[in-house]
Design a binder for this molecule. Structure first.
Ligand code: ATP
Length: 234
């Protein structure tokens, strides 16, 4: 579904991604793992069209999307739930969700999609008329994911959905991500919570200093000596 082919990305003179290649096959839940500053967010922003690579190509559903604008990438079916949620705090929960369905196809199905999002996150239904800024951190994360789903994406990209959440909420968010994937939405998950991500993904890539250094199934990487020592503290 998504093919990233040897991309190189820089901020000014500083190169942060080096020949990064990976694939996200349809239906899978793929994890992109790595420490702080490894380049994970840069990869998602490049796929979304917010940054331009100076080398390499990106393909989505056989179409090259490397240099097309972000709004077109969204229209083609990629939803990006950014790190830090980026909600509209003074708008209600419902209005935030509506902002997720501006793409024409999604707008037509807005009502039924919202019902689906409410079935995944009942708390959002209860608080639909409340301002988003008044929600707890966990509820805001749910709203950010819900807003991504409102676009009826083919590929959902999640940037560190567990960041800053209490452990019980981390489990809940990961369960919901699994359920979204089981409902047929392909997921690209960026995470620092390596153990959790490896336990639920179909395949994973490890990014170190802007380069992909390891790849495999979740089980393979859980058994990898370098992953155990560097990321799992085993
Ligand atoms: P984190 O988990 O902290 O978000 P990450 O793996 O997502 O880390 P990136 O945010 O992609 O990493 O950052 C990769 C590198 O690029 C880091 O060295 C970072 O300091 C640098 N960087 C990120 N954004 C910018 C920017 N706007 N201008 C300059 N350098 C940047």
């Amino acid at each position: 579904m998504l093919k990233v082919n040897n991309i190189n990305v820089s901020y000014g003179d500083v190169q942060v991604l080096w020949d990064v290649s990976f694939e996200v096959p349809e239906g899978e839940l793929v994890a992109l793992l790595g420490a702080n500053g490894a380049g994970k967010t840069t990869i998602l922003n490049t796929i979304s069209g917010l940054l331009r690579p100076h080398g390499g190509n990106i393909y989505f559903l056989q179409n090259e999307i490397t240099r097309i604008p972000a709004y077109r990438v969204a229209e083609m079916g990629i939803a990006h739930v950014p790190e830090g949620r980026r909600l509209f705090p003074e708008m209600t929960v419902k209005e935030n969700l509506e902002m997720g369905s501006l793409v024409p196809e999604a707008k037509k199905k807005r009502k039924e999609t919202m019902e689906w999002v409410f079935s995944l996150f009942p708390i959002l239904k209860d608080k639909q008329n409340q301002e988003a800024g008044t929600l707890s951190g966990g509820q805001q994360q749910m709203l950010a994911i819900g807003r991504g789903l409102m676009a009826l994406p083919k590929l959902l990209m999640l940037d560190e959905p567990s960041l800053g959440l209490a452990p019980v909420l981390v489990n809940q968010v990961f369960e919901i991500v699994k359920e979204i994937n089981q409902r047929g939405i392909t997921v690209l998950l960026v995470e620092q919570n390596i153990m959790h991500a490896l336990n639920m993904c179909t395949r994973a890539y490890v990014l170190e200093n802007g380069r992909i250094t390891l790849q495999g199934s979740g089980a393979e990487l859980l058994n990898n000596q370098h992953v155990k020592e560097a990321y799992l503290g085993i």
